[in-house]
Design a protein. Structure first.
Ligand SMILES: Cc1cc2nc3c(=O)[nH]c(=O)nc-3n(C[C@H](O)[C@H](O)[C@H](O)COP(=O)(O)OP(=O)(O)OC[C@H]3O[C@@H](n4cnc5c(N)ncnc54)[C@H](O)[C@@H]3O)c2cc1C
Length: 245
C-alpha cells in the first residue's frame, strides 16, 4: 500500500492545531482537530503517540502525550511542558494550522466512574492532563463522583487552566488542594506549601481507605506518592499510576 504524505504509517491520522495557548510560563496547551473530521474515541486517562514529521528531511519524532480533553469533545487537547527537547523544540514553532500525526489511544490508566465512586487524584505538574479529562467527564456524565484533587506545582503561576479548574471545582463539588513546592516567587500564596506527603494526604483524605487513588506525573513524583501511600497502608490494588519517564 502506498505511503501517506511524509512517509507516515497508515495507522497515523493527520491532525491540525486548532488552538494554541501559552498557558503558564512552561506549559502550552495544544488543541487538535483531525483533518478528516474524525472524532477520537478514548477513556479519560489514556494517551496518544504524537509524531512530528519534517516534510523536507522526512525526520520523524514520536512521543507520548496524555489527553487532557473530555471524550467526545470538539478537540483533542494536550498540556505540553516545553522543555526544548527533541519534540518539544519542534512544537515551539507550531501555529494554528500546523499538522502533526496521532496514533492511539493507548494505556490502562483509565477512569471508570461506575467503578470508582470515591477517588483521590494526585497530579504533579503537567500530570494534571489526564485528570482534566476525567474531571470534565465527571461533569459531563453528572456521575456524582466524590473527588479530592491534590495538585503539586513549583510556583503559583504554574496552575494549568486555572479558571477552568476553578469552574470544575464548583461544578462537580470537588475538594481541590494546590500545593506550591518552592518558596521563591510565592508571596501572596495562601494555599498549601511543600511536597505532598503522607501527612498532607491524611489531612485532606481522612477516608483514604475508601477511595481509589490515581497518580500521574514524572517517575520521582509517582515514586514519592506511592511511598507516602504505603506509609498510610493503602493497599496496592487501590492505587493506579501513570508514569512519564
Ligand atoms: C504515557 C506518557 C504520557 C505523557 N504525557 C505527557 C503530557 O501530557 N505532557 C508532557 O509535557 N509530557 C508528557 N509525557 C512526556 C513526553 O512523552 C516527552 O517525553 C516529553 O515531551 C519530552 O520529549 P522531548 O522529545 O521534547 O524531549 P527529549 O529530547 O526526549 O528529552 C530532552 C532532555 O530533557 C530532559 N528532560 C525530560 N523531561 C524534562 C523536564 N521535565 N525538565 C527538564 N528536562 C527534562 C531529558 O532527560 C532529556 O535529556 C508523557 C510521557 C508518557 C510516557
Amino acid at each position: 500500500m502506498a505511503d501517506s504524505p511524509h512517509n507516515i504509517s497508515i495507522n497515523q491520522k493527520a491532525y491540525k492545531v486548532a488552538e494554541l495557548l501559552h498557558d503558564t510560563p512552561d506549559v502550552d496547551v495544544f488543541k487538535f482537530k483531525a483533518e478528516d473530521g474524525y472524532r477520537l474515541k478514548f477513556d479519560p486517562g489514556m494517551f496518544v503517540m504524537l509524531t512530528y514529521s519534517n516534510p523536507d528531511t522526512k525526520e520523524k519524532i514520536t512521543r507520548a502525550f496524555s489527553i487532557a480533553s473530555e471524550p467526545e469533545g470538539d478537540t483533542v487537547d494536550f498540556f505540553i511542558h516545553m522543555i526544548h527537547g527533541r519534540i518539544t523544540s519542534k512544537l515551539e514553532t507550531a501555529q494554528v494550522g500546523s499538522v502533526y500525526y496521532l496514533t492511539g489511544p493507548y494505556g490502562q490508566f483509565k477512569f471508570k466512574p461506575e467503578e470508582d465512586r470515591k477517588v483521590l487524584f494526585i497530579a504533579g505538574g503537567t500530570g494534571l492532563a489526564p485528570f482534566m479529562s476525567m474531571l470534565k467527564y465527571i461533569r459531563k456524565l453528572k456521575s456524582g463522583t466524590d473527588v479530592v484533587l491534590l495538585y503539586s506545582i513549583r510556583f503559583p503561576n504554574e496552575i494549568i487552566r486555572k479558571e477552568e479548574l476553578e469552574q470544575l471545582e464548583k461544578d462537580i463539588g470537588m475538594k481541590m488542594v494546590i500545593t506550591v513546592t518552592r518558596q521563591e516567587n510565592s508571596e501572596g500564596w495562601n494555599g498549601e506549601k511543600g511536597h505532598i506527603d503522607d501527612a498532607m494526604i491524611s489531612k485532606y483524605t481522612p477516608d483514604i481507605m475508601d477511595r481509589t487513588t490515581y497518580i500521574c506525573g514524572p517517575l520521582p513524583f509517582v515514586k514519592a506518592m506511592k511511598d507516602s501511600l504505603a506509609k498510610l497502608k493503602v493497599p496496592n490494588e487501590k492505587i493506579k499510576a501513570d508514569v512519564w519517564g
